[in-house]
Design a protein around this ligand. Structure first.
Ligand SMILES: Cc1ncc(C[n+]2csc(CCOP(=O)(O)OP(=O)(O)O)c2C)c(N)n1
Length: 577
């Protein structure tokens, strides 16, 4: 069997239903094999970055590694942002790049390049992958594919890159190995670490001592497949839960224990709750700077913190003095449910949080803004989107308004580019999500700046007839950085407002053949939402006009405690965007 045929049949056996790519000479054999076998659908995108983000969105919805392919040289380097995004947000993915024939590779020669488009993608991608390998012999492919899939999905998931020279793709595999059983990996993961028992004892003791206990849930819980277990634990313990940006969808908005988003742009009441809690149980969150702010000592304060993560390096890293446990979250949660008893009810604590929520509602943060209030817009978008499987947010202020104010149902997902924070993520990631959940509408929320980074993928949406409901919040600027310049550069808006323009997105949507509307008043938005959802199965674009001066508030103020946020507290020093 040819290696390219082996790869195509292997992907099918792994449960991969779609491969995202942009064609080039060095992957033609792979695409031809996929096409001839016909079991895995090829989705041709219009930029390799789009293909990479689509693979990421697919993986996060389907729970099967996303696969993206690109040709050597520029195709491979165009994948890099998406590879990094998968790496930082722990998304299982396998990236396959074509490479020039082995005899065309420069090897140890003191030259830059021998083959046309020859580029050492393995070395370039290594720091942002769990592994990056060149497959140097066709016979190695079965073993390397097994290793790539096992590595991508085990422990802390992430991307693996396989670089396949053209002649290797055409090479013969004499005795193809069988696919390593996924069950074997599963069983290993469920083994209980005895340290878990001692850790849970500490948690139980602290729970009984604490007056204001809080759980912080991060994206690691979902990566570990622990969402259902977590929901069970949270309900059983009845302790309030705050979430990181990648865990917006771990609890549905209606859950009585869900408090809200913490961090740089967290819900004001959630950050206040964090600032006031005396015991914090952190599950699957790496406590990065966007969550804690730059002032780590303020985040730690006097509170007792217990922290569980599968990555030892993330424990006692930025926030020190925590009681830490290295464990996969799934077996941990399974054990925690059995072992932990609910602490005594703390009605004053719950009352305190809900009174903060009433006092500082998310939709009251921008009282004097002309036109549409973006937090209210998010509420309206989600109210109209009960049929949607997922909300995919790009990067910028709109992402924060979405994370603060979308109302999610139990099965609805919220995807965004967290650690990489890559503008241009939302549209292609939503395309991948749409293929992962066939027939379900997917909502895209983007800004005018970010939408222009992968706008070409509207053609993929049209060609494939995908049910994407796209909302472009057009404030006529790179809003998040404009807000930063307002705070720290005395309003010198270089390259955010000055020297920046956006087109009419409704006109662009129409030019691609997508039904499109523009709305900048509450009435226009209501009409546009009705039209948008009249037929859930078709693509629709709504451009929403937002005031240029709209800020994402609250925002953590540097040098202040996490609970004192802009615009009321002013930063003492410079905080990041
Ligand atoms: C690829 C990339 N380039 C630059 C940035 C820096 N950046 C972060 S937010 C932002 C502005 C986003 O503007 P827009 O998409 O219009 O969204 P808004 O903030 O206005 O809601 C920029 C330039 C980034 N995150 N990603």
């Amino acid at each position: 069997m040819k290696a390219s045929d082996y790869l195509a049949s292997y992907l099918k056996r792994r449960g991969v239903t779609h491969v995202f790519e942009l064609v080039g000479g060095m992957i033609t054999f792979l695409l031809d094999a996929l096409h001839r076998q016909g079991a895995v659908q090829i989705v041709s995108m219009h930029h390799e970055q789009g293909a990479g983000f689509a693979a990421e969105g697919y993986s996060r919805i389907r729970g099967v590694p996303g696969v993206a392919m690109a040709t050597s040289g520029p195709g491979a380097t165009n994948l890099l942002t998406a590879i990094g995004s998968c790496y930082f947000d722990s998304t299982a993915a396998v990236f396959v790049t074509g490479q020039v024939n082995r005899h065309e590779q420069k090897g140890e020669r003191a030259i830059r390049q021998l083959g046309f488009q020859e580029t050492d993608i393995v070395s370039i991608a290594r720091p942002i992958t769990k592994a990056a390998w060149m497959v140097s012999n066709a016979e190695d492919l079965p073993r390397m594919l097994d290793e790539a899939f096992a590595l991508a999905t085990s422990g802390r998931p992430g991307p693996v890159l396989l670089d396949l020279p053209m002649d290797v793709q055409r090479g013969e595999i004499l005795e193809p190995d069988s696919v390593k059983s996924a069950d074997a990996v599963e069983e290993e993961a469920l083994a209980i670490d005895p340290k878990t028992e001692a850790f849970l004892e500490v948690v139980q003791r602290q729970l009984s001592l604490a007056h204001r206990p809080l759980i912080l849930v991060g994206g690691g819980v979902r990566c570990a497949g622990g969402v259902e277990a977590f929901r069970g634990l949270a309900a059983a313990l009845s302790i309030p839960v705050v979430n990181s940006l990648l865990a917006v969808d771990v609890l549905p908005s209606g859950s009585p224990v869900r408090v809200g988003l913490i961090g740089s742009y967290g819900n004001r009441w959630a950050n206040i709750a964090l600032g006031e809690c005396d015991f914090l149980l952190v599950l699957g969150s790496r406590l990065d700077v966007r969550q804690t702010g730059a002032d780590t000592s303020g985040f730690k304060g006097q509170r007792f913190i217990c922290h569980v993560d599968c990555e030892p390096g993330e424990l006692n890293n930025r926030i020190t003095g925590c009681v830490a446990l290295v464990s996969d979250l799934r077996p941990f949660l399974a054990r925690a449910i059995k072992r932990l008893a609910p602490p005594a009810a703390r009605p004053e604590w719950l009352e305190r949080i809900s009174s903060m929520k009433s006092k500082w509602p998310d939709i009251g943060e921008l009282p004097n803004l002309p036109g549409l209030n973006p937090n209210v817009v998010m509420r309206q978008i989600s109210t109209a989107a009960s049929a949607a499987r997922a909300f995919v947010a790009d990067v910028g202020q709109h992402q924060m308004w979405a994370a603060q104010s979308l109302r999610l149902e139990a099965e609805q997902r919220f995807l965004t580019s967290g650690g990489m924070g890559a503008m241009g993520f939302a549209l292609p990631a939503a395309i991948g999500a749409a293929f992962a959940a066939p027939g379900s509408p997917i909502v895209v929320i983007a800004g005018d700046g970010g939408f222009q980074l992968n706008i070409q993928e509207l053609q993929t949406v049209v060609r494939c007839g995908l049910p994407l409901k796209m909302f472009v919040l057009n404030n006529g600027c790179h809003g998040m950085v404009r807000q930063f310049q307002e705070a720290y550069f005395k309003g010198r808006y270089q390259s955010t407002l000055w020297g920046y323009t956006a087109p009419s997105f409704a006109a662009i949507g129409a030019a691609y053949g997508i039904a499109s509307e523009f709305a900048s008043t509450p009435d226009e938005l209501s009409v546009a939402l009705v039209k948008c959802w009249a037929d859930p199965s078709i693509p629709f674009l709504v451009e929403i006009g937002i005031a240029t001066e709209a800020n994402a508030y609250p925002k953590m103020a540097f040098g202040r405690p996490i609970s004192e946020m802009e615009p009321f507290a002013k930063p003492l020093e410079m905080e990041g965007t």
